[in-house]
Design a protein around this ligand. Structure first.
Ligand SMILES: Cc1ncc(C[n+]2csc(CCOP(=O)(O)OP(=O)(O)O)c2C)c(N)n1
Length: 322
């Protein structure tokens, strides 16, 4: 954020500030959940997205509010960045009646908000791929100009569902953007031990689509790559595979002791921290104000969710279709 300001650079700076606000809010939310899990225990598995917030918020900033989102299991950043309410998100995780699923996701990452076009994630890893292709077919048939964005991990990229969905999306030129968060690990398996190619994006040409590699710790670079892919999809030119290189900072879930890993990050220092990257160039005073507001928002939302009534088991079969 230096040099002469033009209308384009001013709006780019504004975008950077808006993404920064989302990213620090997500970071504080992640840290708040972590401290809750550490101190109070948790009735499920919390898969932290710490260190991956920049790519989640950067990519979603390229979407229109009415574009469809399927997220992955690492964190709540996707849903928050797409406009969902923090009290609802915390409530879902804590099994509270005030959650978007009325607490049915309890302890795991399951949120949904039809008005915000957040369509959730599948119960099995990789089922999002076919659902995402399906939503994109609906947009194509309805001619509604919407794009579907599907997030997934490097481990999930090995599912057969990815290959069939990618093939069909490419043949039919479906408006989908596939975003792989390659954090180097699938539970306890290293990426290099589960992939014959150096990059997930190397597989894209086999499906006749562009494969783009981007630094996932650089939210603005992810924004640019995703914007291009979204516009391509909206023009009717079909899907793009984006591979955002990132890091899995902590265990597979919070509390995972990671015996399989020689370099676990145990402290709070995040290598190549996307928050710092994004904050570079934003004036200190602006950053400090945003940080304080985000911290307060998160604390109040978490307290509100904790104070909310627990989900009643009677709702278990409501809003559920087989
Ligand atoms: C079909 C299926 N297989 C296995 C699992 C268990 N599982 C959940 S997450 C995960 C690892 C996912 O790795 P990756 O896709 O790279 O995402 P990351 O956890 O690294 O973000 C596994 C094996 C599952 N939920 N569904």
């Amino acid at each position: 954020m230096s040099g002469e300001s033009t209308p384009e650079s001013a709006s780019r700076e504004q975008t950077q500030v808006e993404i920064y606000r989302k990213v620090v809010t997500i970071r504080f939310a992640e840290l708040r959940i972590r401290s809750h899990v550490e101190k109070e225990g948790f009735g499920g598995f919390w898969h932290p997205g710490i260190g991956q917030e920049g790519l989640q918020a950067g990519a979603i900033a390229a979407m229109r509010p009415d574009d469809y989102l399927y997220y992955a299991h690492r964190g709540l950043g996707y849903a928050y960045a797409k406009g969902m309410d923090l009290v609802e998100l915390f409530s879902d995780l804590l099994g509270r009646a005030t959650g978007s699923t009325r607490g049915k996701g309890g302890g795991t990452v399951h949120f949904a908000d039809a008005e915000k076009h957040v369509l959730g994630q599948g119960g099995t890893l990789g089922s999002n791929f076919v659902m995402g292709a399906g939503t994109a077919v609906s947009s194509q048939l309805l001619g509604d100009d919407r794009v579907t964005v599907v997030f997934f991990g490097d481990g999930a990229s090995g599912r057969g569902t990815w290959h069939e969905a990618a093939l069909q999306a490419s043949v039919w030129k479906l408006p989908v953007v596939w975003i792989c968060e390659n954090n180097g690990w699938a539970l306890s398996a290293r990426f290099e031990d589960q992939s014959p190619t150096e990059h997930v994006a190397d597989r894209a040409p086999a499906y006749g689509m562009p494969g783009v590699i981007v630094d996932g710790q650089d939210a603005m670079a992810v924004l640019d790559a995703t914007s291009e892919a979204v516009e391509r999809a909206r023009r009717g030119e079909g899907p793009t595979l984006i591979e955002a290189k990132t890091l899995r900072i902590r265990g597979h879930y919070e509390g995972d002791r990671q015996p399989y890993r020689a370099d676990p990050v145990l402290g709070d220092e995040i290598p190549n921290d996307p928050v710092h990257r994004l904050g570079e160039g934003i004036p200190d005073e602006v950053r400090r104000t945003i940080d304080a507001e985000a911290r307060q928002l998160v604390e109040e939302a978490f307290d509100a969710a904790l104070a909310a009534p627990k989900a009643d088991t009677s709702v278990i079969f409501e809003d559920v279709w087989a």
